[in-house]
Design a protein around this ligand. Structure first.
Ligand code: ADP
Ligand code: MG
Length: 688
């Protein structure tokens, strides 16, 4: 089976299933194979019955110690009940609609049962467990069943079956890493890795698979970057610029003075734009360190020198916000008419888009802000000299290649709040010059944090009401949009309703989530920014970049479900103005390990310190932790946890390129093809 084959050619995939998969961005067999499980259901050693607890899935081993009863619950519906005993206790077990179990479950028979345990009427009951003889369970022991990320309508069983179907039929695809690299880095073969990541034989198989796939992700990421770097180093600055007075005027007109860190970084950017080589710079600065104004200054300098610049961001909400802020700034200095900034996003109508394309192509629009719509085929630029990407490292990388494909080689500035320790940043972004904003604006009061259980909510609501009375605003974050079966987490829609019942009429509460139409999202965000909404109940769509300095309370429900870096980003939505701000982390489920991790956030507001501490706490064994952050989207690799693999991949990439910069040697053919496929996928991931 070819990797490009459409999912439709699989047995059991019709139009409906195809549509569900396409929601997950999966259209081909190859894409499904790269859709790795997000977790595994592991067949562990049975636990003593006396230690069984309500909640999770557990296995117990024991003897049937009662007559099995079968109760009829109506036509074709029945309830089988048995009791299982071991040295430590007895456990009640239920099965629905499986009356034939009566003959299997003889009194005195010994079995292993594996299932969910619930508390019912004060007693623990295991429900609908799988049933094994001890010998059969021994065979299964340590097996890992994949658990996939799903969307409503798609079952784990179906995804599992389809992956198995592909793996059964697929011809072995070629290994593309030369043997010497694999030996050097102790890597499993690719086809072994793909099989094992879906259906690990055991923990060892899984680890081998994971290492190999993480290596590949880093390796191709780094190769792509290095190849680009060579291109830039050869590239002279075709858009030489001069420093301009307008930027000084704008600086003088700001309601604040730049921090020393901002001044230093602005100096570096200005120097690059005036320099002999093309700029390729990463600006790293913690949330709230003031990156946006630097982007605007660079855009003004570019426009004053007669060129165009583009600012690209990951979400429409953020694009809209930056656009408003830029227009306001230009207006104050009478520059709106001469620069004519435009906003270009995917949700514009074709007509609106065409109008904007025209203005961009003619060069009347000197500044363009938007999402990835900015680099869509149809957009032609007049004199594009500078591209800035905000809050998305990888965007910067892909987009550069795309622009190069259109014959454009602008200066590139990448701005990011994802804290990456400098040593790792140099490996990952070795091709970029790195500037660090290591200082927050002076007058900022540190955010006050607390980690609480759900019983604290009434107190939190009273506190929020007080802040609102003072004129401030509040974010409440829930992990889900709506109620979903099997997942116990707060959702935006129900939570909004609940809060409306609790808070007085005059307080406006609105819901915001990613499934809304972009225009609706923007409208709500604008109303929130204008202070017309007091409480915004939202998913993580506000995670990156959103700036409403008047908001002072961030309450995060089910905080245990988010990665620390992500929580830090969310918290960064408050504490952006002069008022004291607060962050309330609500734990849905108390769990010591997770409490410990939240405590890190409770104690520190420093993104870099948090990342380092998170890494230390997690240790190498914790492979299924919540993902670090949505911002550095590797599928299996994690730059913190896999720092060693990252270094190895970086060395390997360096060796390959030193030997064969063009990847033209026969032994590198596999790498060359794979790199090309990788770049295409990256473009694909942009959703173009
Ligand atoms: P981030 O680095 O997270 O993108 P922003 O650029 O959005 O941060 O800035 C956060 C807030 O801080 C904005 O309201 C901005 O106007 C303000 N700000 C930026 N620089 C300074 C400064 N030097 N002093 C005071 N406030 C500043
Ligand atoms: Mg920002």
């Amino acid at each position: 089976m070819k990797l490009e084959t459409s999912l439709r050619s699989l047995k059991g995939v019709g139009e409906k299933t195809e549509a569900l998969f396409s929601k997950l961005g999966i259209r081909t067999v190859g894409q499904l194979l790269r859709y790795y499980p997000r977790d595994y259901d592991i067949y562990r050693e049975p636990v003593p019955i006396g230690q069984v607890t309500a909640g999770g899935k557990q296995a117990v081993s024991g003897m049937v110690c009662s007559q099995v009863s079968v109760k009829s619950l109506g036509p074709k519906r029945s309830l089988v009940t048995a009791k299982l005993r071991d040295d430590s206790g007895t456990l009640l077990v239920n099965w629905f609609n499986m009356p034939y179990l009566r003959t299997t479950l003889k009194m005195g028979g010994v079995f292993v049962l594996r299932g969910l345990v619930a508390e019912k009427g004060g007693r623990l009951v295991m429900e609908q467990p799988e049933l094994f003889t001890p010998a059969a369970y021994q065979e299964k022991l340590h097996a890992m069943q994949p658990i996939y990320g799903l969307t409503a309508g798609l079952t784990n069983k179906l995804v599992t079956k389809l992956v198995a179907q592909i793996l059964d039929s697929a011809p072995e695809w070629p290994e593309y890493l030369p043997e010497d690299i694999r030996t050097e880095a102790h890597l499993a073969e690719y086809n072994f890795a793909v099989r094992q990541i879906h259906f690990p034989r055991d923990m060892e198989g899984f680890l081998a698979a994971r290492n190999r796939l993480a290596f590949d992700e880093f390796f191709f990421f780094i190769l792509a970057l290095r190849r680009m770097k060579e291109k830039t180093e050869e590239s002279p600055n075709e858009y030489p610029m001069e420093a301009v007075w307008k930027t000084e005027e704008i600086l003088a007109g700001l309601p604040y003075r730049l921090t020393r860190a901002q001044q230093k970084v602005w100096g570096e950017i200005e120097g690059d734009l005036k320099g002999k080589k093309l700029m390729a710079r990463l600006v790293q600065g913690d949330v709230g360190s003031g990156k946006t104004v630097l982007a605007f200054l660079a855009m003004v300098m570019t426009a004053e020198n007669g060129y165009q610049s583009a600012l690209m961001v990951p979400t429409e909400v953020l694009a809209n916000q930056h656009y408003q802020a830029l227009c306001e700034l230009l207006e104050q200095h009478g520059l709106l008419e001469s620069y004519r900034p435009v906003l270009l996003t995917g949700s514009l109508t074709q007509r609106e888009k065409r109008r904007i394309y025209d203005r961009v192509a003619l060069g009347t629009a000197k500044m363009i802000i938007g999402t990835h719509a900015l680099i869509q085929e149809a957009v032609e630029y007049d004199h594009l000299a500078l591209v800035i990407t905000d809050e998305q490292h990888r965007f910067g990388v892909r987009q550069r290649e795309l622009l190069a494909g259109k014959g454009l080689t602008p200066h590139v500035l990448v701005m990011s709040a994802t804290p990456i320790p400098r040593t790792l940043a140099i490996i990952l972004y070795g091709d970029l010059d790195i500037s660090v904003l290591d200082e927050l604006p002076a007058r900022r009061l540190p955010i006050k944090n607390c980690v609480v259980g759900t019983s604290y909510r009434p107190a939190a609501y009273r506190f929020m009401e007080k802040e609102i009375q003072k004129g401030r605003q509040v974010y409440v974050i829930c992990p889900m949009v709506e109620e979903s079966e099997g997942l116990e987490a707060e959702n935006v829609l129900d939570y909004t309703e609940k809060l409306r019942g609790i808070f007085p009429e005059g307080i406006h509460i609105r819901a915001l989530h990613g499934q809304m139409k972009p225009a609706v999202k923007n409208e709500i965000m604008e109303q929130f920014a204008a202070g017309e909404i007091q409480i915004l109940v939202s998913t993580t769509v506000v995670e990156v970049g959103v700036n409403v300095p008047n908001a002072t309370v961030m309450m995060i429900e089910n905080a245990e479900r988010f990665g620390l870096a992500q929580l830090h980003q969310l918290r960064g939505r408050v504490g952006r103005g002069d008022h004291q701000s607060y962050c309330i982390f609500v734990q849905g489920k108390e769990d010591q390990e997770k409490t410990k991790r939240l405590e890190i956030l409770n104690k520190s507001n420093d993104g870099f310190a948090i990342a380092a501490e998170d890494l230390r706490l997690r240790g190498p064994g914790d492979l299924f932790g919540v993902r670090q952050s949505g911002l550095l989207e590797f599928a299996v690799a994690d730059i913190y946890r896999d720092a060693d693999i990252l270094k190895e991949a970086s060395q390997a990439a360096g060796m390959v390129l030193d030997l064969d910069g063009e990847l033209s040697l026969p032994q590198h053919e596999g790498i060359r093809n794979q790199l090309q496929a990788y770049m295409m996928r990256e473009v694909d991931n942009l959703g173009l």
